[in-house]
Design a protein around this ligand. Structure first.
Ligand SMILES: Nc1ncnc2c1ncn2[C@@H]1O[C@H](COP(=O)(O)OP(=O)(O)O)[C@@H](O)[C@H]1O
Ligand SMILES: [Mg+2]
Length: 349
């Protein structure tokens, strides 16, 4: 492990260590590589933002951690270490025990969230009964506590309501309560505010902020919205076309973004000083992941692209303490490539 910035990063500080993850889907048009050599770590108590436009592989990365990638898609390479144990080597039975327990996920897909025909109490107590073997009354008590924690008024009474009796924002609070029910060491939150209107979005962000302060657990926050990232994350990994192109502490990303893609995303964030208007969009679209562009995937959309950018795919290199970037505009990235041609890197974010 690295020890930079005078901070001794002990092995046990790392909760999740994703190494060179690759996920592919066979499609009629050919093999689609949704995640292509992704590496990152999540430390204890940390919230890591995974950010990028739609179609960059964020959700697939999140689903991979729980081994929930949809068939016939499959994880075709890499390791996912959770507290040092490789999740890809676990049996399905072991994974079922982990899911919703040590690792839980708030899904982007609304069809896998609340069941419309079951009362909230049934959906919530099930988790506690299955994983903790709690008696009904005990589980109910815990659910009331959880609903109170996420800011639902009159929890004793609300517990027996059906999902449709809750507003969108209140439903999202319930979903968060279920995800937190077993005090997971790692919470994966996939676009937890995207489907909500702006006012409710702000309330859910406030809730997540408060939970972050009160909880010891780590979180991976997946979003296309750097505005959300700015409010919640400690570190940020920027994903583009199946790869991570930049990783840095939040302040660095906001104040010193290095990758042209990160800069492009920041230019798209509505700001107060422009009256909340979007400044501009990054020209072009995320490439087809069946046949991605040669070299750097961002190169066809990049205003700063060099000739070399079409020839090779840059890898993530630590160009400043804790600041990694995969872009040939930085001489260190080119130098690292020349130094270690073909040799996998030992250091990753
Ligand atoms: N079940 C699937 N079958 C085929 N392709 C998929 C499937 N799920 C995701 N993909 C593809 O994988 C890529 C990444 O998708 P996704 O992880 O959902 O992106 P993001 O969450 O960043 O918007 C996209 O090209 C998407 O079309
Ligand atoms: Mg997604």
């Amino acid at each position: 492990m690295r020890a930079t910035n005078g901070r001794a990063a002990a092995v046990d500080e790392v909760v999740l260590d994703v190494r060179d993850l690759r996920v592919q889907f066979p499609t009629r048009r050919g093999l689609l590589t949704a995640v292509d050599g992704v590496s990152f770590q999540v430390r204890r108590g940390e919230t890591l933002g995974l950010v990028g436009e739609s179609g960059c592989g964020k959700t697939v990365t999140g689903l991979s951690i729980l081994r929930l990638v949809e068939q016939p898609g499959r994880i075709s390479g890499g390791q996912i270490l959770f507290h040092g144990e490789d999740l890809l080597a676990k049996s399905e039975r072991e994974m079922r025990r982990l899911r919703g327990d040590a690792i839980s996920m708030i899904f982007q897909d609304p069809t896998v969230t609340l069941n419309p025909v079951l009362r909230i109490s049934e959906q919530m107590t099930e988790v506690l009964r299955y994983h903790r073997g709690m008696r009904r009354s005990e589980a109910r008590e815990r659910c009331v506590e959880l609903l109170r924690l996420v800011g639902i008024p009159n929890p004793e009474e609300r517990l027996d309501h059906y999902p449709h009796e809750f507003s969108g924002g209140m439903q999202q609070r319930v979903i968060i309560a279920i995800a937190l029910a077993l005090e997971p060491a790692l919470l994966l939150a996939d676009e937890p505010t995207t489907a909500l209107d702006v006012t409710v979005q702000a309330q859910i962000i406030d809730l997540l902020k408060r939970l972050k302060r009160e909880r010891a657990g780590s979180m991976v926050l997946i979003t296309h919205d750097l505005g959300v990232v700015a409010q919640l994350c400690d570190r940020v990994a920027v994903m583009y076309a199946g790869s991570i192109v930049e990783v840095a502490p939040l302040r660095e990303i906001l104040e010193q973004p290095l990758h042209p893609y990160t800069r492009g995303l920041l230019d798209c964030v509505p700001r107060l000083d422009t009256g909340g208007r979007r400044l501009r969009a990054i020209p072009g679209v995320v490439p087809d992941l069946v046949a991605p562009p040669r070299g750097c995937r961002f190169q066809p959309r990049c205003e700063a692209a060099l000739e070399h950018c079409q020839a090779r795919r840059p890898r993530l290199v630590e160009v400043a303490p804790e600041h990694f970037v995969a872009c040939y505009l930085y001489p260190q990235v080119l130098a690292a490539e020349e130094r270690s041609d073909g040799v996998p890197q030992a250091v990753h974010p």
